[in-house]
Write a protein that binds this ligand. Structure first.
Ligand code: NDP
Ligand code: OXD
Length: 310
């Protein structure tokens, strides 16, 4: 079995080592230098491959995404449609995202930004503390990542709701689903967390109309994709006071261009698409399991509908 690793953002060596431990018979080839004969490649483990690249391998048995999102693959108009595409679902990836969401929810809930500013100015004062039961957190997307973050937020006693396509039964999480329920969901979200996949339905969902439905002074945490947000609408909402803050991990263009207004906006906190990074030592077991499944003639776990976008 031969696997081609295609990514310019992930380090190959930890993957080579971790996959060798899981599957000693697997030959690991690094794109572009170690490709060899293209017809020999059975699996592509990929993050943002160049458009048209994956169709060059006629005997691919599966395309395994190095990330939870598959937008980087769906964007390729020449993606071979007969090859199953599996997205990454991994304990460390989920845990990392939940840490990120909890960190920023707590940051806003406990006024950490305001305290940091006050302390830097020598001001010793208390801001009234809020009961988490009265802090309404809304999670857009209740899948693998949003579902875990929402559940962990309930354990900290926040008033949690989630919005998804289908109805969810999650203890302590109020389920809103479908476009009709979006306004009511937004109206009760003091802290809005975005963990949706990017699809034709979700692109630009964080726009002026929807931001106006949030309670005044709400905050946004976007750790899904930059294209969920209409940048100028977000800046307008922050400037008008409709939003009191935003944490953004993902952007239309990455790295975020140096002249982008987000860099200097006083109400915006930025991170460089690191809300949760793929950890090879953990995720290799999942990739190996998917390869074993395909070798046994079973579809890989978490095969996506590329047309639907997730
Ligand atoms: P999942 O596929 O498990 O979950 C997606 C969720 O979004 C589901 O609950 C789904 O609803 C919901 N959803 C999809 N379309 C709609 C719609 N039109 N209306 C309402 N709800 C919708 O994805 P993950 O949780 O694994 O990942 C989510 C995203 O997080 C990824 O696609 C990726 O873009 C991003 N991500 C970002 C990272 C970072 O570091 N910043 C790291 C990893 C992922 P239903 O369940 O009903 O189908
Ligand atoms: C992912 C990501 O989709 O890192 O996994 O954004």
């Amino acid at each position: 079995m031969k696997l081609l690793f295609i990514s310019t953002e992930d380090r190959a060596d930890p993957w080579r080592k971790a996959l060798r431990e899981e599957l000693p018979d697997l030959e690991f080839r690094l794109w572009p230098d170690e490709v060899g004969a293209r017809e020999e490649i059975d699996y592509a483990l990929a993050w943002k491959p160049p458009a048209g690249e994956l169709r060059k391998y006629p005997n691919l048995k599966a395309i395994l995404s190095l990330g939870a999102g598959i937008d980087h693959l769906a964007a390729d108009p020449e993606l071979p449609i007969s090859v199953p595409v599996s997205r990454l679902v991994d304990r460390s990836l989920t845990a990392g995202m939940t840490e990120y969401v909890l960190y920023w929810v707590i940051h806003y809930h406990r006024n950490m930004g305001r305290y940091a500013k006050m302390m830097s100015e020598g001001i010793w004062e208390h801001i009234p503390q809020h009961d988490p039961r009265l802090r309404r957190v809304g999670v857009l997307g209740l899948g693998q990542l949003g579902g875990d973050a929402a559940t962990k937020l309930t354990l900290l006693n926040y008033d949690v709701a989630g919005w998804s396509k289908s109805k969810k039964e999650m203890p302590g999480v109020q389920s809103f689903f479908g476009m009709d329920m979006l306004p009511d969901f937004l109206a009760r979200s003091d802290i809005l967390v975005c963990l949706l996949p990017i699809t034709s339905m979700t692109k630009g969902i964080i726009n002026s109309k929807n931001l106006a439905m949030l309670p005044k002074g709400a905050v946004l945490i976007n750790c899904a994709r930059g294209a969920h947000v209409i940048d100028k609408d977000l800046i307008k909402a922050l400037n008008s006071g409709q939003l009191s803050g935003a944490t953004l991990d993902v952007f239309h263009a990455e790295p975020l261009p140096h002249d982008h207004p987000y860099w200097v906006h006083p109400k915006i906190k930025l991170t460089p698409h690191m809300a949760s990074l793929t950890v090879p030592q953990s995720a290799a077991a999942y990739i190996a399991e998917n390869i074993r499944r395909v070798e046994r003639g079973i579809p890989p776990l978490n095969t996506v509908n590329v047309q639907a976008g997730y």
